[in-house]
Write a protein that binds this ligand. Structure first.
Ligand SMILES: NC(=O)c1ccc[n+]([C@@H]2O[C@H](COP(=O)([O-])OP(=O)(O)OC[C@H]3O[C@@H](n4cnc5c(N)ncnc54)[C@H](OP(=O)(O)O)[C@@H]3O)[C@@H](O)[C@H]2O)c1
Length: 271
């Protein structure tokens, strides 16, 4: 499915974006990777080049997804210099955790600007290109925290719930244009994002978020690839995460009671 296809990946320099890039390259795809840090992108391109067969291309485009003008210019440069992309993977994102009252307003704006508007910007910018091509595929990385409210994630959950809303509407709106959408909702997995979170997270957040065992990056990336190949709209890596998402949908009061019980245990345990 991915052989000879051309895939744009935001957040392609780290974590899930990078793990997906490795898999796409092994399948014979060509890549354009977007992230802010040019040095990190260059290092990843070097690593990925070792997996390439002759003729495969990996190009890097340092750009901030929250800056619409810059993203529009980048997408047009990609189309003019490499060709019309087949797939857009929106993996760029940031995470902050903490008590709502302590999180400054500016952090809410920053998280929404990157996690939600970053995805919206990339889709807006690539849509004219997909229209020209008369087809396209968009993979939006949300989170299980975009399905279930998670302690300490007021900013993050808001942005990830918004991504699911956006994707749900676009799935129907873009179908007649032959543009397919997927939304990916992983629970926690091993990545630099989580390494950083572990340096400051609240106990309540760790207990609630890790109701789902932390998955390996490889397991998540493999499930995402499988989900795309099987044309699944909603991709939730891992059985326990799928079970929890279903429970929260079918039995929301049970789901809330479990969360409240977990938090009450944290407050009862000696500090
Ligand atoms: N890790 C988890 O447990 C987990 C669970 C559920 C969902 N997710 C979601 O999965 C996605 C990938 O997460 P990850 O764990 O792989 O994170 P990661 O390792 O921290 O990678 C994040 C990537 O996004 C890029 N990025 C961040 N802000 C950007 C911006 N403004 N413009 C362009 N690129 C930007 C980063 O590069 P630069 O900093 O150089 O820009 C980096 O390449 C995120 O959307 C995250 O919310 C993660």
């Amino acid at each position: 499915m991915f052989k000879d296809s051309f895939i744009v990946i935001t957040g392609g320099s780290s974590g899930l974006g990078k793990a997906l890039a490795q898999r796409f390259i092994k399948c014979g795809a060509n890549l354009a990777l977007i992230a802010r840090d040019k040095n990190k992108l260059s290092m990843i391109r070097e690593d990925l080049s070792a997996l390439c067969t002759s003729g495969q291309r990996i190009e890097i485009f340092p750009c901030d997804v929250s800056d619409y003008a810059a993203i529009e210019k980048t997408m047009n440069t990609i189309a003019d210099t490499i060709g019309l992309p087949d797939i857009l993977v929106n993996s760029a994102g940031i995470l902050t955790e903490g008590y709502f009252e302590k999180i400054p307003l500016s952090t809410f704006h920053e998280v929404m600007d990157i996690n939600f508007f970053g995805i919206l910007n990339c889709i807006k910018a690539i849509l004219p290109i997909f229209r020209k091509k008369r087809e396209g595929r968009i993979v939006n990385i949300s989170s299980l925290a975009g399905k279930i409210g998670t302690f300490g994630y007021t900013a993050y959950c808001s942005s990830k719930f918004a991504v699911i809303g956006l994707t749900d509407v676009l799935r129907a709106e873009l179908k007649p244009l032959n543009i397919k959408l997927h939304v990916v909702c992983p629970g926690e997995f091993e990545s630099p994002m989580v390494d950083e979170l572990n340096t400051y997270r609240t106990t309540e957040n760790r207990v609630v978020a890790q109701t789902v065992p932390v998955l390996s990056l490889d397991a998540v990336a493999d499930d995402v690839i499988k989900g795309i190949e099987k044309e699944r709209y909603l991709i939730i890596p891992g059985f326990i995460a799928r079970f929890l998402e279903m429970t929260s949908r079918w039995f929301p009061s049970i789901s809330r009671a479990i969360i409240d019980y977990q938090i009450s245990r944290v407050y009862r345990s000696p500090q």
